[in-house]
Design a protein around this ligand. Structure first.
Ligand code: KG4
Ligand code: ZN
Length: 328
């Protein structure tokens, strides 16, 4: 079965055709990172307009490259939320128009589930498994008992992990997006240089706002020390590595606890923060578990994951379907 996926939930315009949820037939993506960098973050209205300019050509390209008759597609799948409402509506309007004109089913796909489904691409992954979903908007531990049934075991009570990376990077003057910048900067730093707190929250929930404040205080203190000694510079590598260590320590520990409690050996990493090199290394060296994580290009937003999710858990909808910014 061939599904065409469309993704416009934030700042990537993407379109892809995937066969049976596992094999990418064609895929295109236009990133808006350079456009939003000047603002230090995504500007929703600017993002929506850029999606509108890009989407039709991407559809033409993936259909052309796949050399298929679009009337024979099993469906058009679109991310309908969570995400930025204005940007989601661009993708959904495009998906509706295509489904109507090609006379094929329209499917709605949840963005978080799609991130998890990126792990089915080119892999042998099957449920049951524990998924750690870490992105700019979400941080959740989920239990997938089947392809269609997923339970949230815990989630952040304030900032998402990716959001924490982005805010701390801004504080350190490392630019946007913050995650890759901190990842790179931390390579030259000592993760034990500064003792930063893990948010203390019960169960499988997370909190990252205290950590963010602790980094802010640390930077202020270091600034004072620096003020007294003009030759000193902020130890960016050590701060980045210590912050990254505090985030990844708690993500790793709680995910491993959930897998052990449920007796599951398969652990899936998903979302933009799953591209983090230290997080991947931690899980990959953990004994007694099998780790799945998408190729780096499939960690951050893309449309192949949407087309994969359509195959496993897409919801058929009609042309009155709408988008949502939050799930609850
Ligand atoms: O999944 P995603 O592309 O978009 C959302 O659904 O939010 O995730 C984007 C997030 C951003 O916060 C970005 O800073 C973070 O993923 N990210 C990383 C890395 N690459 C992207 N965080 C840590 N380390 C990375 N290498
Ligand atoms: Zn995402």
């Amino acid at each position: 079965m061939l599904y065409l996926g469309i993704e416009t939930s934030c700042d990537e315009t993407a379109c892809a055709i995937v066969e049976d949820g596992r094999r990418v037939v064609s895929s295109r993506l236009v990133s808006q990172i350079n456009l939003h960098r000047q603002f230090g973050g995504v500007v929703p209205e600017v993002a929506a307009r850029r999606h509108l300019e890009a989407i039709n050509q991407l559809v033409d390209e993936v259909v052309g490259e796949a050399k298929i008759d679009p009337h024979k597609l099993s469906g058009i799948a679109c991310t309908t939320g969570p995400g930025l409402i204005g940007t989601l509506l661009v993708g959904l309007s495009c998906a509706k128009a295509l489904a109507w004109s090609w006379d094929v089913p329209l499917l709605s796909v949840d963005h978080i589930l799609a991130h998890v489904c990126a792990n089915y691409i080119d892999s042998d992954l099957e449920p049951p498994f524990i998924a750690l979903v870490v992105s700019g908007g979400h941080t959740q531990i989920m239990h997938f008992s089947s392809y269609k049934e997923a339970e949230i075991l815990g989630q952040t009570i304030d900032d998402a992990s990716g959001e924490a990376y982005d805010k701390v990077a801004r504080l350190l003057g490392l630019g946007y997006p913050g995650g890759p910048a901190i990842d790179k900067c931390a390579l030259g730093g000592n993760p034990s240089a500064f003792k930063l707190p893990e948010g203390v929250v019960p169960g499988y929930d997370f909190s990252f706002s205290g950590l963010k404040t602790a980094v802010m205080r640390l930077v202020e203190n270091q600034g004072r020390i620096q003020g007294a000694n003009p030759d000193a510079s902020l130890p960016l590598g050590d701060i980045a590595a210590s912050f990254q260590d505090a985030v990844n320590r708690v993500l790793f520990r709680k995910t491993m606890e959930a897998a052990s409690k449920l007796g599951l050996e398969r652990i899936v990493l998903a979302g933009g923060v799953a591209a983090n090199s230290d997080l991947r290394r931690r899980f990959e060296s953990a004994p007694g578990v099998k780790i799945y994580r998408p190729a780096l290009s499939l960690c951050t937003d893309n449309a192949a994951m949407v087309a994969a999710a359509a195959y496993y858990s897409g919801q058929p909808v009609d042309l009155s379907a709408s988008a949502y910014s939050r799930r609850y």
